[in-house]
Design a protein around this ligand. Structure first.
Ligand code: C5P
Length: 240
């Protein structure tokens, strides 16, 4: 079964500094979003890519994908939402009913190797309902009582060997992903749960099983200005 991929790309990316929406910032002269879509389209496991663009930028994103030679692929662009979760839900709604495997990939992870995309799709095909690529942590992590700007009391130090930093694409049985997004919407309307920062988090919240497969250091998320410097260096190394 061929998978479809949703790319939430409607975020402002304020932590990256002022400027265009994050997905449209350039890396090696090419928008982050174009890199991300290419990385997905390169996988033989992916037959369709749905991009959730900023609501006022749909036409611009269509033009951008065309001008970077992606007009031959099956790519659709829809208007994204106010939150990442809403953008994913809107993207998911544009995927034909017969597609059984859905990947969700951040536009902000432009350099994900195709092997990671393939491995996530394969794990869903092999029977997992939710799959996330992840890497071990380099830093020790502490839980604190948040105190913005001031000293923060440490609560405890989780055993690092049991922690993973999760990446995308995350892969799902379509039915599972649609169901948890639907439930999240209902609960939100009923007074709300704290937002989750990834789709697998929704599956966990509603009692589903999520498994981790190996991610890749080059699948890092471009969030802060230094990440762009690193991404440029990775790209230059690939082109060398
Ligand atoms: O802000 P963060 O780095 O967590 O964003 C992760 C991804 O979610 C990005 O690709 C961003 O464009 C997307 N997003 C979205 N719609 C929003 C907010 C974020 O599609 N309203």
């Amino acid at each position: 079964a061929v998978a479809a991929a949703v790319v939430p790309a409607a975020g402002r990316g304020e932590r990256l500094g002022p400027g265009a929406p994050k997905a449209l910032r350039e890396l090696g002269g090419v928008p982050l979003l174009v890199h991300a879509v290419r990385a997905l389209a390169r996988s033989r496991a992916v037959g369709l890519v749905v991009v959730a663009a900023p609501a006022d930028g749909v036409a611009e994103v269509v033009g951008l994908l065309d001008s970077h030679g992606l007009d031959g692929k099956d790519i659709r662009v829809v208007a994204g939402g106010a939150t990442r979760q809403e953008s994913v839900r809107l993207g998911l709604a544009a995927i034909p009913a017969e597609v059984e495997i859905v990947l969700v990939h951040d536009a902000a992870r432009p350099l994900v190797p195709v092997e990671v995309v393939d491995a996530v799709a394969a794990a869903v095909r092999a029977g997992a309902e939710a799959v996330v690529p992840a890497v071990p942590l380099a830093d020790t992590v502490k839980r604190v009582e948040p105190n913005r700007g001031g000293p923060e009391p440490v609560l405890d130090t989780p055993d690092r060997s049991t922690l993973r930093a999760v990446q995308t694409p995350q892969g799902f049985r379509r039915e599972t992903l649609a169901e948890v997004h639907e439930k999240a919407l209902t609960e939100e309307a009923a007074g709300g749960l704290p937002p989750v920062t990834d789709d697998a988090g929704l599956v966990e919240r509603f009692g589903g099983r999520v498994v981790v497969v190996p991610g890749h250091e080059e699948a890092f998320k471009v969030t802060r200005p230094l990440d762009l410097v690193l991404a440029e260096a990775v790209l230059a190394r690939r082109r060398a």
